[in-house]
Design a protein around this ligand. Structure first.
Ligand SMILES: C=Cc1c2[nH]c(c1C)Cc1[nH]c(c(CCC(=O)O)c1C)Cc1[nH]c(c(C)c1CCC(=O)O)Cc1[nH]c(c(C)c1C=C)C2
Length: 509
């Protein structure tokens, strides 16, 4: 480890920060290793952005509200994130949501052309009385009786769209109603474009182990993991992640965030990196000139080079070899308009208690671009993350401000009316009123914040996994073992996936 090495991380989003963080742990200053992060924007952290705003209503109630414009919650299943939280001593900043909380239990759908929300049943008794039973019950039955049907063999490169996979197993009604809504809420894209192998690799494995049926596969997996747990006892520990006692804090937790928002995590990583003598962060101009030479460089990719920055740019050359790598620009990505709205305290609740609601693809299809607001769903932030807000009301029992986030765009294209026009907010509030089933107009918001995120979520289209394997091979062949490509555009899109991929690549060098 004594010889001096040099790493260049292109991109200071979640994957880049994680890669640089783990590289700097493995190769501290005393090893003579240099680590350079190149980020074209003026800040690190990618799409994660938290902001505190002061709000006041007509009656003088005041509060400080935490708004998120990117991801807002994390899942305890990602050990790579828990490890970073532990290593950066962020445990005391955590805000957890219990599995029994309404935000974890209640999820809703709004069906286009109807008024109000439908509860997605979370138990058998709830299913039996749900209006959605007429879609859900036949869907489960259809899958359950599939025997020796076509399977996307896990070891083959076969692939299909999420919509085609759900249609095969659960029927077209389920695929459109539930499948498209789920994909709106994760990828903000059309489920007919998305690769099932990339998005739901686990479902393909269940299909195979269930001999053609995902439900049977899931049941048999549940049984075998129960058996395993019994034979191992409950004390199975994770030895490869340095998580301290944090797994204990996550018992019974459905999702979590931080009291000051998700930026707590990215700021803490960035600050730790800034403190390292051997880490340099290049923003803006320096990064822009490098980015220009990398004509295929996309925000969703992270290129990690072992070599000097100057070597990285000269070795990329002009025209850059990246343009000759296969599949770099194969995937489209979705743009999302994120609207944070804060409503004043009121005795009449704005929405039911729960996570929020999603909206499926309309029938017969998405309208042509620029003709609709294009709402994908709404998150009821106060339910899960109300603990981030600070009320200055003397009476602790008085009603609180309500924060929600409306997501628009994706497959609908840019919202119409345009968010900068005066018609936008009235149209948005009227649509929200209809979705939430209110007969009266919603109260005037105290604050509305609109952010337009261009190309923020990559869409791994059908064939993605096989294409990325070819890309990785080509990277190694052209740029050598000292180069790697990771990030949301290559692997998974969740915060956990990005942090995990940065960690993995740093450990491999
Ligand atoms: C900017 C909008 C985003 C939309 N999806 C994502 C972002 C950042 C990314 C994303 N959202 C979810 C996942 C699955 C993995 C997970 O961590 O749960 C991913 C990769 C699920 C999810 N969807 C919504 C929320 C609040 C969450 C929890 C995770 C998070 O906070 O991002 C709601 C939601 N997200 C989008 C839409 C259109 C939407 C609608 C209500 C797009």
């Amino acid at each position: 480890m004594g010889s001096s090495r040099s790493f260049t991380v292109l991109g200071g989003g979640l994957s880049g920060l994680s890669a640089a963080f783990h590289l700097s742990r493995r190769f501290p200053a005393r090893t003579g290793t240099r680590i350079t992060i190149v980020e074209k924007s003026s800040r690190l952290g990618g799409w994660v952005q938290s902001e505190r705003v002061r709000v006041k209503d007509k009656h003088g109630h005041e509060a400080e509200i935490l708004l998120e414009s990117g991801p807002r919650t994390l899942r305890p299943a990602s050990k790579a994130i828990l490890e970073i939280i532990h290593l950066l001593n962020l445990e005391s900043s955590l805000l957890t949501v219990s599995r029994n909380a309404p935000a974890a239990r209640n999820r809703f759908l709004h069906l286009p052309g109807t008024k109000g929300l439908l509860t997605i049943p979370g138990s058998l008794p709830a299913l039996l009385v749900s209006p959605l039973a007429k879609i859900l019950v036949p869907a489960m039955y259809r899958d359950f009786r599939r025997i020796n049907g076509t399977v996307l063999n896990a070891s083959s490169p076969n692939d299909e769209s999420v919509d085609a996979f759900f249609t095969r197993h659960f029927g077209p009604e389920f695929a459109r109603t539930f499948g498209s809504a789920l994909i709106h809420g994760i990828y903000a894209t059309d489920s007919r474009l998305l690769s099932v192998r990339a998005a739901f690799g686990a479902a393909c494995r269940l299909e195979e182990s269930g001999n053609g049926s995902v439900v049977r596969g899931a049941l048999s997996e549940m049984m075998s993991s129960l058996r395993k747990r019994k034979s191992q006892g409950n004390g199975a520990t994770e030895e490869t992640y340095d998580m301290g006692d944090i797994a204990h804090l996550m018992k019974g937790v459905s999702v979590y965030s931080f009291r000051d928002g998700m930026q707590t995590l990215t700021d803490a990583m960035a600050n730790r990196l800034r403190q390292q003598e051997n880490v340099e962060i290049i923003h803006g101009d320096g990064a822009a000139s490098l980015t220009k030479t990398i004509d295929g460089f996309q925000a969703s990719f992270l290129w990690l080079y072992e070599g000097q920055l100057s070597h990285a740019s000269t070795s990329l050359g002009n025209p850059s070899p990246i343009s000759s790598l296969p599949h770099v620009l194969a995937n489209p990505s979705s743009s999302v308009t994120v609207v944070n709205i804060v409503f004043p305290p009121s005795d009449t609740p704005i929405h039911p208690e729960g996570f929020g609601y999603l909206i499926p693809r309309p029938k017969p299809d998405y309208p042509s671009q620029g003709t609709t607001l294009g709402m994908l769903g709404t998150v009821f932030d106060s339910c899960s993350l109300g603990g981030q807000d600070i009320s200055f009301s003397a009476d602790r029992r008085s009603p609180k401000f309500t924060k929600v986030t409306v997501m628009l765009g994706g497959p609908y294209g840019p919202p119409s009316p345009d968010p900068s026009s005066p018609e936008f907010l009235p149209a948005l509030l009227a649509t929200l009123q209809q979705h939430l089933g209110h007969s009266e107009p919603l109260p005037e918001p105290c604050l509305v914040r609109v952010r337009q995120h261009r190309d923020c979520i990559p869409t791994p289209t059908v064939g993605h996994v096989a294409r990325m394997a070819e890309l990785r091979k080509a990277v190694q062949k052209k740029l050598g073992q000292g180069a790697a490509v990771i990030g949301a555009g290559v692997g998974g899109v969740s915060v956990g996936d990005c942090i995990e991929s940065g960690r993995r690549v740093a450990m491999e060098f």
